[in-house]
Structures are given as structure tokens and as C-alpha cells.
Design a protein around this ligand. Structure first.
Ligand code: SF4
Ligand code: SF4
Length: 251
């Protein structure tokens, strides 16, 4: 799959998983309900303290600011997590990718980065037969590579095509992002940063247009909370009632 896709609103519900996001071009206007007004704070956690559900990490992505052709967030994620480019876009790992939606009714095109939505009710966790796919107390959905058997059920279950399978033998990887052939992986919300007390992600930090706002959905006093209070936001495929941690504006 190319890192920039164009889809139309005529796609059908049972289209291939790789064209799923295209369907949301139509669903953007028809099936996506206004996002819940969750709240965010960017409060750093003392790394010595356990993760709790007092925090729920999430994002607000302003698609009006996301520039056509810009892939800075993708590059930053790949660099941060040591994701290689084998020149095989259909199978190279993509923890975040750029998607272009087109509304056939209006012709309006929208650019947005698509990543794991860190669902409150993640289908990827529900279907995992080994428990490798799990959700932390702070809402981050991850894969335990020591337990993953590579069955890829989670990839089939994810409505956002957010997960990738590692096809190649990995010889070099950052210590904070362990990876291995035969495992499934996806965006970790830069958990390694959060667990050392940082409060932003590589993709949010890299965006030259400040299109990605990261924070704690449970804190009403954060910038993210204020934005979510003052602007309409949406979940992609809100009809699935997954209560995503990633919200979008201007779609
Ligand atoms: S977006 Fe996909 S991988 Fe992420 S939590 Fe939801 S179902 Fe799981
Ligand atoms: S939060 Fe981190 S892991 Fe997730 S897409 Fe952004 S840079 Fe990649």
C-alpha cells in the first residue's frame, strides 16, 4: 500500500481491508457521529510510579492543518521506532500513514494521518488468542512480542488497518522498541517516552503544522481538553462504538 492513498465514498462496507479507510470518506459525512468530548492533560508521570487509569492518553488531529504531501509524522515515527523502508509499501511496517479522503458529494479532500486509534474497546484485544494484544491502564493498546504468535487475527479485527506484520529478520532495533520477525506491531503512542516522563510523541513533535495534539483525555484542564470542549471532533467509524483515543477535527 502506498503511503498516500486516495479513496472514494462509493466503496462498500465489505471492501478489502486495505481500502477500508476509503469507505470512511462517505462515512465521514454519514456515519461518523460527533466525537465525545473527552479531556486531556499532558501531565508527566513519575517513571517510578505505576501506570494508572487516572490518565488516558490520546490525540486530537486537526485535518485542516495536515498538509497534502507532507509525511513528516511518518518519517519521525519510522526514525523513532527503527522501522525500516524495504521499498515494499504493501508489506513494510506502517505505524502511522497518510490517508487522503475524498467526499464524492462535495469533492472535498481531507488529509489525515492514520494510526492505531487506541480504542477503549479494542477488537484487536478481543480476538487475540494468547493475550499478546493488550490495553494498558492508561489506554495505550500494545502487543507483547514475547507472547505474540503471529496469527494476525488482530490485523483482521482492526477496523483501521493499524497493525503491521514483521516479515523480515530484524537485526537492528532500538532498545525501547523491541521488534522481531513473525510478530504483529502497531503504534505504541510512544510509550517509551511516556514511561520516562515525557509528554509528547515523535509524530506530534515532528509535525511542522502542529496538526497533532497529544495529551491526557482524562484531565479537563489540558490544552487538549480545552480544544475538545471548544471544537467539534469526531471518531472515525464512531458507529463501531470503540471510543477511540484518537479524535479528528475538520472531517
Ligand atoms: S485501532 Fe486497531 S490496533 Fe488500535 S486499538 Fe483499535 S482495533 Fe486495536
Ligand atoms: S505516537 Fe509514536 S509510535 Fe504512534 S504513530 Fe506517533 S510516533 Fe509513531
Amino acid at each position: 500500500m502506498s503511503k498516500s492513498e486516495v479513496h472514494t465514498s462509493e466503496d462498500q462496507v465489505n471492501a478489502s481491508r486495505r481500502s477500508f479507510i476509503g469507505k470512511t470518506a462517505a462515512l465521514t459525512t454519514a456515519a461518523i457521529a460527533p466525537g465525545l468530548f473527552l479531556h486531556t492533560s499532558a501531565g508527566a508521570r513519575d517513571p517510578s510510579q505505576a501506570v494508572t487509569d487516572k490518565v488516558r492518553w490520546g490525540m486530537l488531529i486537526d485535518t485542516n492543518k495536515c498538509a497534502d504531501g507532507c509525511t513528516e509524522c511518518v518519517s519521525a515515527c519510522n526514525k523513532e521506532n527503527g522501522l525500516p523502508d524495504h521499498g515494499r509499501p504493501a508489506s513494510d511496517p506502517q505505524w502511522i500513514r497518510k490517508v487522503k479522503l475524498r467526499d464524492n458529494l462535495t469533492g472535498r479532500e481531507t488529509n489525515l494521518p492514520m494510526l492505531c486509534q487506541h480504542c477503549e474497546h479494542p477488537p484487536c484485544v478481543d480476538v487475540c488468542p494468547t493475550g499478546a494484544s493488550f490495553k494498558r491502564a492508561d489506554g495505550i493498546v500494545m502487543v507483547d512480542r514475547h507472547v505474540c504468535i503471529g496469527c494476525r487475527y488482530c490485523m483482521m479485527a482492526c477496523p483501521y488497518k493499524a497493525r503491521s506484520f514483521i516479515h523480515e529478520t530484524i537485526t537492528e532495533k532500538p532498545t525501547h522498541a523491541p521488534r522481531g520477525k513473525g510478530c504483529v506491531e502497531s503504534c505504541t503512542l510512544c510509550v517509551h517516552r511516556l514511561d520516562r516522563g515525557e509528554t509528547t510523541t515523535a509524530c506530534a513533535e515532528a509535525c511542522p503544522h502542529q496538526a497533532i495534539l497529544f495529551g491526557d483525555l482524562n484531565d479537563p484542564n489540558s490544552e487538549l481538553a480545552q480544544r475538545l470542549k471548544s471544537e467539534p471532533s469526531r471518531q472515525i467509524r464512531a458507529d463501531l462504538q470503540l471510543n477511540t483515543g484518537v479524535r479528528y477535527t475538520s472531517i
